[in-house]
Every structure is written in C-alpha cells, then in structure tokens.
Design a protein around this ligand. Structure first.
Ligand SMILES: Cc1ncc(COP(=O)(O)O)c(C=O)c1O
Length: 428
C-alpha cells in the first residue's frame, strides 16, 4: 500500500482528485477489496457507474465473447453489430416521443458536449442555457455548461463562449415559503433570460440534469421540468436531459425524466451504460439527429465493440431482473432510515432523492442551514474506517450521496446505513 501511495504521489498528476486513499485490487458485486485484503462495502459504484455490481459474471461473459470476436474497427470505417444493436435498444428504451437516432461516444463529457454541438449545428443558433450547480463534464464546452467554478474551471478560461447559467430550483437553499414559490421564482428568471437578456432567436438549447448529481442530488419540484419544457418548446429551443448520472434505473425509472412526464429532444447517457467500460451516448429525436453534417461528430473509439456488447447485456439484465423496481424498493429502505436520522440529528438539514439515488445535506444547525463541509469529510473518513465507502457532493461540498449498486443485497444496504449512522455519531 505504501509503495502504491508513493507511485501515485510520484507519477500521477495531483490534478486528478482522490476521494479515498486506498488501493483497490478486486471487486465482487457490492464489495471492494484493497491490497491488504480488507473488504469495503461500496456505496460509490465508481461514481454511479457499476450499477450491476463489480465483476458481474454475465457482463464479463459478454465482454469476453466480444473480445474474442472483434475489439476495434471504428464505426467511421465500417459498421459492426454491437454498435447497431445498441443504437436500436437505446432508441427503444429511452422513452421520448417519436422516432430516435443515436450516436455513441466514450465519456459523459463527450455526450453532453456533442448534444450541445448538435443543437448548435442543427438550429443555426449558438447560446446554450444550463443551470447553476449543474455538472456536465470537463471538456471545454461541457465545462462551460457546468455551473460550478471551483475547482473545475480554475485557470482553464477562456472556455467555450455563449453559455448562460440560470438558477435550479434548489428550494432548500432559496428564500421561499414552499415548492410552488420556488418554481415560480426560478421559472420567472428563466423566462426573462430567454426573452430579455437573450432571445429565442439566439438560444440553441437548454441542458438540464433532471436531478442534479454532483450538485448534491437536488430533486426539483415535479412541476419544474414540465414548465421548463413548455418554455423551451414555445421558443423553439431544444431541451437536452443530461441523464449521465440519473439514468439506468437509479431513480426508479430507466430515465429520471420519466418521473416528470418530460419529453426532451436529446438525452445524454454515460456512467452505468456499460457498467464501467468507457461508453456514452446521445439519443435524440430523428428530426434533429438526421440533420447532423456527416463527419462532424464521432471519434476513433466511440461505441467500442466490447463496451457496446456489454451495454446491450446491461439493458437485458436490467429488464430481466426488474432493476428499476428494485431501485425503488431499496430506495424506500434508505428513505425511511434517512427520515428517521433527519428527525434525530440537528446536523442533517435535509434528506432528498428518488429511488436509490439518495443523499443527506449536512449543516451546522437546522435553523442556520450553514453548510457543514468539515463534518461531511469527517463522516466519510469514519465510515471508511468502518469499511464503508461514501462520496460527497453538493454546491458547498456538504452532501453525502449514496451510489450503491442496484444489485446490492438488502442486508448489505441496511448494514451500510448502520455504519453511516455510526460514523455520523462518531463525528459529532
Ligand atoms: C450529469 C453528468 N453529466 C456529465 C458528466 C461527465 O461524465 P464523465 O466524467 O464521464 O465525462 C457527469 C459526471 O459526473 C455527470 O454527473
């Protein structure tokens, strides 16, 4: 372990962050094992990626079979079955209206970046509206759309221009009396940006995470996304749902936008799509996607045959095992526990989430709502000592978010929640 630590210090740029000072050598469903053989319960899933668990045997088999047939050919050079089949499966499973077309990439950032590029090219307009506290990745346009400056943007400007950020209905942190007022205020700002500060003639797209992920699992009131969609449609603006973190059943539906009865024009997917092999996708309405200029999108590796074969199997397993329903059921267990903890501890300002995607926001007191980042870090350390890996998030780094695999056993989930509460008590 010490030797590995030294290797990281000596050879890996500190620009790449590290949440847990561990060297993990093996995984098995909800468990990870470090180089000393210590076992950890994994509530991170590599940041919401390994939704079907580590070393899933069916996925290994799918990867292995494809590995022996074809690793790479590049979809710009020839077609191959796994790319085509996955494109069809995603068109069928991502439930926006009308016919759809797909393009595959390697990372979430590439998906959001390409969705924005497509909206600019096809609409002939340039402005993109995104949200304060939103996260869309680290490449230039994706980073421009990301609504948080520190640490992501430090020293990287100028970024891609013509991106405007507006507030997200993070009602806990807005001075409002209820959710309706929260949506009213946020929508009136959105309307002014669309029609006064900018114009429908200038705005290509709005990009929104149905639930802000890195922002701290901020769930908007139900009305909000539908009203945003109406504003977009009324003004001829494409609506992009960034489902990189929320997709693949984490919220209890295959896509989180389904909770809000929303009909986006494009959807970006990543993370859980191939359970950890690098893959991402833009699924868009055919009337937009068919107009993209040939050769203007894509890339050498996008939709790699092995990643695509695994992604097809991921969809098959999710359907067969009814993992969306399972995420909802497991989410209820977490919600009950978090509700109880919220009542019990002055430092839990709010618990929120949908499905298994749940978080607690830590504050100095319920009344002040002052973010408590130090306590958040302490709890994560105490949990790690007790064999549980957690992740923080949030506008102010004061949210603990849960990303267990959808395949976690109920007893491990309950055990993890026990450890989390113990760690919180030990940190007070
Ligand atoms: C909603 C969302 N979009 C985009 C990204 C970027 O994905 P990647 O890190 O694969 O580039 C993330 C990553 O956390 C994300 O949560």
């Amino acid at each position: 372990m010490e030797q590995m630590d030294n290797l990281r210090k000596k050879f890996v740029s500190p620009g790449v962050p590290l949440e847990h000072p561990l060297v993990i050598v093996r995984g098995e469903n909800e468990f990870l094992y470090d180089d000393t053989g210590k076992r950890y319960l994994d509530f991170t899933s590599g940041i919401g990626v390994t939704a079907l668990g580590h070393a899933n045997p069916e996925l290994i088999k799918a990867a292995d079979e494809q590995l022996h047939k074809l690793w790479h050919v590049c979809v710009h050079v020839t077609s191959y079955p796994s790319y085509l089949e996955l494109a069809m499966r995603l068109s069928e499973n991502v439930k926006m209206s009308g016919e759809k077309m797909v393009a595959l990439f390697n990372s979430g950032a590439e998906a959001t970046e390409n969705a924005a590029k497509i909206s600019r090219q096809v609409s002939g307009k340039t402005y993109i509206i995104s949200f304060i506290g939103g996260f869309h990745g680290r490449t230039s346009l994706a980073l421009s759309m990301t609504g948080k400056y520190i640490p992501y943007k430090i020293g990287f400007e100028p970024l891609t221009p013509n991106v405007v950020h507006i507030p997200f209905p993070y009602c806990y942190r807005l001075p409002v009396k209820d959710e309706d007022e929260c949506v009213d205020i946020v929508m009136s700002i959105a309307e002014q940006v669309v029609n006064v500060s900018l114009s429908s003639q200038a705005i290509a797209a709005m990009i929104v995470e149905p639930i802000q992920g890195e922002g701290g699992f901020v769930v908007p009131p139900k009305r909000f996304l539908k009203e945003l969609e109406s504003l977009a449609k009324k003004n001829g603006i494409y609506l992009i749902a960034d489902e990189v973190q929320t997709g693949y059943c984490r919220t209890g539906h295959f896509m989180a936008f389904e909770h809000f009865n929303m009909d986006p024009d494009m959807v970006t997917l990543g993370k859980a799509i191939a359970n950890g092999l690098p893959l991402s996708a833009v699924v868009g309405k055919k009337k937009i996607m068919e107009k993209v200029v040939s050769g203007s999108i894509g890339g050498t590796y996008g939709g790699n045959p092995i990643a695509a074969a695994v992604a097809i199997k991921v969809i098959e397993v999710i359907e067969r095992e009814k993992l969306c329903k399972r995420a909802e059921a497991l989410g209820k267990i977490i919600a009950e526990r978090f509700n109880e903890m919220e009542r019990k501890y002055e430092v839990i300002g709010e618990h929120r989430g949908l499905g298994i995607m749940r978080a607690i926001e830590l504050v100095k007191s319920k009344e002040s709502k002052e973010p408590n980042k130090k306590l958040t870090i302490r709890i994560i350390e105490e949990a790690r000592k007790r064999g549980l890996l957690l992740l923080k998030a949030g506008y102010y780094g004061n949210v603990i978010r849960l990303h267990p695999p959808l395949t976690i056993s109920e007893s491990s989930l309950i055990n993890g929640l026990e450890i989390l509460e113990e760690a919180l008590r030990a940190s007070l």
